[in-house]
Design a protein. Structure first.
Length: 91
């Protein structure tokens, strides 16, 4: 009896060469990682007592602003890289 997976393997006669190098940037992971790390740092600073509560209140928006800025930068850079490769697709 033949191997059933062989039929699927025969369909793709041209092997796809790996592009190698760096992988695509996942902007959502970048933004969530920066926001989570920033919130954890603000919580740590508040828990240790390095800043009074009034000053700590001013630090809370910083992780969100930083994450948003990095997200916008990531989108711009990844779209430039994609356009340079010729993989440009309209949204």
């Amino acid at each position: 009896m033949s191997d059933p997976t062989q039929a699927y393997l025969d369909l793709d006669e041209t092997p796809v060469e790996p592009r190698g190098g760096r992988h695509e940037l996942n902007v959502a992971h970048l933004v969530m990682g920066v926001a989570f790390t920033g919130i954890a740092l603000v919580w740590l600073v508040g828990g240790v007592g390095l800043l009074p509560d009034a000053d700590l209140r001013l630090l809370v928006p910083v992780p969100f602003l930083l994450a948003g800025g990095l997200g916008l930068l990531g989108i711009v850079l990844s779209s430039r890289r994609r356009r340079r490769r010729g993989d440009d697709w309209s949204w």
